[in-house]
Design a binder for this molecule. Structure first.
Ligand SMILES: *Cc1c(COP(=O)(O)O)cnc(C)c1O
Length: 232
């Protein structure tokens, strides 16, 4: 085959093998870990090739970039939003993503709720957890998370399904373990109308470790598409 995208085929094969091995090694081999292909800076042709190889779940970081690419995406793609989102941009994506994983404040959740209501839909969301308490990252601190979950579950037209996190660089094992504990605690204690079932955790550098600590979805950019020209 001469598509010019053989690197992606090879990367996908390797990623699937690695996840399969990690699941067996930690005794989760009957679980499924979904792979999200993170598309920032990647031309839509390469994204569509990944979709054709079964990575139909896409993660978008930037509203403008996504709006420019979305009409070119294969119709089999399912797009979820994972980037920093300002409240005033929610209206641009409310109708063209299936989930927003980067809900980092109650006020953002309120705006998503209001826009979803306006569009007659229910938006699936994850709360982003700033597990390392880093000033450079957004998300709820572990301490404020439970109360925020309770407030968010009262809002109309959104459905909380779990959490997304990015650990501080260098010490991901410790933070994955901490995040897994919080995930299990919230599963047990969140209000009934929440369905805390998804932990979105693990990126190209650390996804096999994230699998060990209960991740249900790994978000992979460079491990699938190769290194980016610039980082975002
Ligand atoms: C860029 C990004 C990823 C993927 O990063 P890689 O290291 O290329 O796998 C995952 N999640 C979020 C929120 C990102 O911004």
């Amino acid at each position: 085959m001469n598509s010019g995208f053989e690197d992606i085929s090879e990367n996908i094969r390797r990623v699937r093998d690695n996840i399969g091995e990690a699941l067996v090694r930690c005794g989760r081999d009957r679980d499924e870990v979904r792979i999200m292909a993170v598309t920032k800076t990647v031309p839509y042709e390469r994204v569509n090739f990944a979709v054709s190889r079964g990575l139909s779940l896409l993660g978008e970081n930037r509203v403008q970039e996504y709006l420019g690419k979305k009409e070119f995406y294969d119709s089999a793609a399912e797009v979820r939003f994972i980037g920093n989102l300002q409240s005033n941009k929610v209206k641009y994506i409310i109708d063209c993503v299936s989930e927003i994983q980067s809900v980092s404040s109650v006020s953002l959740a309120r705006e998503i709720s209001a826009q979803a209501k306006k569009h007659g839909r229910v938006m699936d969301i994850l709360c982003e957890v700033n597990i390392g308490g880093e000033a450079s990252k957004s998300g709820f601190s572990p301490e404020e998370l439970h109360e925020a979950v309770c407030v968010i579950c009262e809002l109309d037209n959104i459905k909380l399904g779990g959490f997304m996190t990015i650990p501080p660089p260098g010490d991901s094992l410790h933070y994955f373990e901490k995040m897994q504990r919080i995930f299990e605690d919230e599963k047990a204690s969140a209000p009934e109308n929440a369905d805390i079932s998804l932990l979105s955790m693990g990126m190209s550098a650390d996804y096999t470790d994230a699998v060990r600590f209960g991740s249900g979805m790994v978000r992979l950019g460079s491990a699938v598409f190769g290194s980016r020209n610039y980082s975002q």
